[in-house]
Ligand binder design. Structure first.
Ligand code: MG
Length: 158
């Protein structure tokens, strides 16, 4: 039996912050606002993995009211979530992610992000899907106010 989880995250784009997506610092005039590093790929994927194992969500595991997670490296939070899932008898098998951002272009950074995520999940890079889309200028994403990420993850019994 395999288990499937879905995750979603969005953060506001603001000046004076680094843009971190999937653990990669992307050169851009603005970055994502948040209590942690606001890495929306790591957050959405963490929720997908926790959801597949029915282990709750990132907000319950790492509350943003807790100073311990201030400016946290979200790839470390993802690694912690993967560890909890493994403790529950599941192993990541595959994931697929869509980043919706009017800018910057994700394509140049896709290989580095996939490699980093594969490392944290302990799976081959060929089992990590990652695509970037714009929102065709529509809505908050189209106006460049923020970035959203969708993620799906599959787990198999370990
Ligand atoms: Mg988030």
């Amino acid at each position: 039996m395999t288990r499937t989880g879905i995750g979603y995250d969005s953060h506001r784009l603001v000046e004076g912050r680094r843009l971190v997506l999937g653990g990669v610092v992307i050169p851009h005039a603005r970055g994502l606002a948040g209590h942690s590093d606001a890495d929306a790929i790591a957050h959405a994927l963490t929720d997908a993995i926790l959801g597949a194992a029915a282990l709750g969500d990132i907000g319950a595991m790492f509350p943003d009211s807790d100073p311990a997670w201030r400016d946290a490296d979200s790839m470390k939070l993802l690694a912690t979530a993967v560890g909890r899932v493994r403790d529950a008898g599941w192993s990541p098998a595959q994931c697929d992610i869509t980043v919706i951002a009017q800018e910057p272009r994700l394509a140049p950074h896709v290989p580095a992000i996939r490699a980093g995520l594969a490392g944290v999940l302990g799976i081959p890079v060929g089992q990590v899907g990652l695509k970037g889309k714009t929102n065709e200028g529509m809505g908050f994403i189209g106006r460049g106010e923020g970035i959203a990420v969708l993620a799906v993850a599959n787990l198999e019994p370990s």
